[in-house]
Design a protein around this ligand. Sequence first.
Ligand SMILES: Cc1ncc(COP(=O)(O)O)c(C=O)c1O
Length: 376
Amino acid sequence: MEISSFIVMDILERAKELEAQGIDVVHMEVGEPDFPTPQKVIEAGRQALAQKATFYTQSVGIPELKEAISSYYKESYGVEVSPERIVLTPGSSPALMAALRIALESGGICGLPDPGYPCYKNMVNFLGGQWKPINVFAAQGFKVVPEQIEGIGSLVLNSPSNPTGAVYSHQELESLVRTAEAKGVTIISDEIYHGITYTQERVPSVLEFTDEALVINGFSKFFLMTGWRLGWMVVPQKMVRLMQCIAQNLFICPPAVAQKAALASFNPEVMEELRQKVSIYRKRRDYIIEALKEMEIPVDPVPQGAFYIYADISKYTKDSFSFCKRALEEAHIGITPGVDFGSNNTNLYIRFSYANTLEQLKEGMNRLKDWLNTLS
Ligand SMILES: Cc1ncc(COP(=O)(O)O)c(C=O)c1O
C-alpha cells in the first residue's frame, strides 16, 4: 500500500523535538487555527457532559445539529439542503474517505488538484483506487478549469484551497459543475475552509449548482474545533441510506459531546466572534505577503481564503524540501515544502500557515530574512 508521509507532520514532529531541547521554534507549518474554541461552545460541551452525553448517538448525528446545519445552508448560501442529506462524521477526514470510496465505486480515475491537500491521494491509495493529478498553475489562479475534466470518473475540488488559498467564483464553480455533469464525473467538494475568506463576493458552495455532488465540511477550521473531531458531509438524496450504513459500520457515530457543543456555534454572538477571527487572519495574511515581497518571494495570486500562503521560493532554491528542513534546523522556523502537496512545480514553492499570532509571525519573518541573508 502506498501511503507517503504527511510531510508537514514530519516537520511538526521534528520542531517538537527541537523544542524539547529548549529551542524556540516559530510555527508557520501547522494547518490548525491558533484560536481556542469559543467559550460559549466550550460551555455547551461542559453542560452536555454534566447531562451525561456519554453515550452513542444516531450514526449520522443528532437531529438538532443536522437541522442547524441545514438552516446554516439556507441562511449563508440560500440553498435548501434537507437535514436527511446531512451526515455528521468524526472530523471531515472520515467523510472525505467515505466520499472518495463512493466516488471510486462509480468507476474511473479520481482527479486531484496538484498542488493539493496530500491526504486525498493517500486516501485513494489506501482505498485501492486510482488517481491522477490535475495540474493547476499560478497563471490559472491555481484552479481547475473545465477543459481539465477529461479521462476521470470523479474530481476533488477544494475551495478555499489548501495550500494555495485559491477560491472559485460562482461562475467558475458553476461551469465546472456543468462540465462534470455533461461528462458523468462525480464531484467531491471539500469546503472545509468555507467561512475563512477575504473576497468581496460571497464564496459559493457547490450545493448552489447541484444536488448530486458529495460535499465535505466540518467544525475544524472556521468553527475552531479541530480537537473535538466533528465534520459533516452532504450527500445526494439517493445516497442517504448508503451513507447511513457506512456510518453505522465504520464510525458508529460522531462524538456525542462535540455534537452538543457544536450546536452553540450557530448562536449569533458566536458567529460574530468567529467572523472577527477572519479579520485577524486577513491582517496576518497581508503582513506576510508584504514581508515576503521585501525578500523578493512573490505570492501570486494573492490567496483569497483559508490561512495559507503559497509562495514562490525559486529565487533561493529549486529544492523546497531541503530548504524547509534547513530553515527549521538553522533558523528555527517551521514552514511546509511545496512537495508535500504534489509534484507540479512544487519544488519551487513553500507554504506558510498564518494560524499563529502576528507577534510570532513577525518573529518568523525576521528569522527568515536574516537566514536568507546568510545564504546569499
Ligand atoms: C483541505 C483539507 N480537507 C480536510 C481536512 C481535514 O480536516 P478535519 O479532519 O480536521 O475536519 C484538512 C485539514 O487540514 C484540510 O486541509
